[in-house]
Design a protein around this ligand. Sequence first.
Ligand SMILES: NC(=O)C1=CN([C@@H]2O[C@H](COP(=O)(O)OP(=O)(O)OC[C@H]3O[C@@H](n4cnc5c(N)ncnc54)[C@H](OP(=O)(O)O)[C@@H]3O)[C@@H](O)[C@H]2O)C=CC1
Ligand SMILES: Nc1c(N[C@@H]2O[C@H](COP(=O)(O)O)[C@@H](O)[C@H]2O)[nH]c(=O)[nH]c1=O
Length: 344
Amino acid sequence: MAEQTIFSDTVSLTAIRDGFRSAIAQAVETFGATAPNPSVGCTLLDADGRILTVGVHPRVGQPHAEAMALAQARAAGVLDQARVALVTLEPCNHTGRTPPCSEALRNSPIREVWIGAADPNPQAAGGASRLREMPGAKRVVMLADRPEMADLARDCRALLAPFASRVVRHRPWISVKQALDEHGSMVPPPGQKTFTSPDSLVLAHRLRRATDAIITGVGTVLTDRPRFTVRHVPDHEDRKPRLLVVCDRHGRLPADWIAEMTEAGFDVISSPDLLSVPAMLAERGVNWAMVEAGPALLASVSEAELWDDWLTIHKTADADRIDLKSRDESPLRLLRENACSLES
Ligand SMILES: NC(=O)C1=CN([C@@H]2O[C@H](COP(=O)(O)OP(=O)(O)OC[C@H]3O[C@@H](n4cnc5c(N)ncnc54)[C@H](OP(=O)(O)O)[C@@H]3O)[C@@H](O)[C@H]2O)C=CC1
Ligand SMILES: Nc1c(N[C@@H]2O[C@H](COP(=O)(O)O)[C@@H](O)[C@H]2O)[nH]c(=O)[nH]c1=O
């Protein structure tokens, strides 16, 4: 049976899928660089479903993914061939730090726009209806309306989950990372700070790279003097100071460690009240935070049900076993499934 075709009877669902997969994979690499904005990807296809270009939103203040993809296509001399745009997030419909993407698409040869997820930000939403209604209207397809694309729709929502969490719930998406040894203990052997495998450390550092803030406890600081840097994968270039929240109710945080961490590019905040941390981080524009803490703080995080996904790395005699407990669409799952170019 011939595959159902979409645009001009020439672009196949396989081409749409491949295009979305490329947009999602590239946007995943921008986790940790775009806050307070979301991570977004956009692929442009020609009339035969070939990928012309993939754009991402690199960081706040820089062009959105659609504008990047269009500019890249223009620079490559292929913009006049672009017919289908696949966007992980509804194109914005407002003038913020950059002009509306619905306008940029309107003024392009694109005829059909596929949208992975609706924009949860009321100020920017409305791009889909604007594209449908304006002069020179585009055909607009929402992934949510295509049951056969449910996996892609879920991944687009996972890509958006950290931003949506901040905008809708006024708190960041919170991921816990916990390492357990063969006996179920979190405490490393004397003289060591970690005990998991090199592959697990790569995953842990990918999560550090992807998140905008780290939450830890004063017990971990006093025992380990952790560095919390991204070393097992390349970090984002020119990263702005990372927020590092230390839960500390009795003022035990050593001043010299704070000075070292500040020197290393962290913005260290001491908090006596774990429950107030999520709202405080959202106020500061944090989309995604990770918890790297010892058993005492993890017990508090668990008791207060503050986490959205929980990654446990079980050390075994062979390869480490990874267990991911996840609520709703997990960006951490997406990060794991798109392990790619960074791990060379
Ligand atoms: N395997 C792994 O994944 C990891 C292991 N570790 C290990 O864990 C050990 C340290 O564990 P631990 O001492 O439990 O350290 P934690 O990092 O859990 O810090 C504990 C401190 O957090 C503070 N705290 C706890 N609950 C709250 C709350 N609700 N609000 C505010 N502050 C709170 C308390 O501070 P206060 O005392 O002021 O009340 C407490 O002493 C080390 O050996 C370290 O190597 C650490 C991180 C990860
Ligand atoms: N033990 C343990 C982890 N522990 C976490 O890593 C911190 C040390 O980070 P750094 O100073 O940057 O090397 C440590 O204080 C604790 O928060 N992480 C892991 O991925 N695997 C492990 O086995």
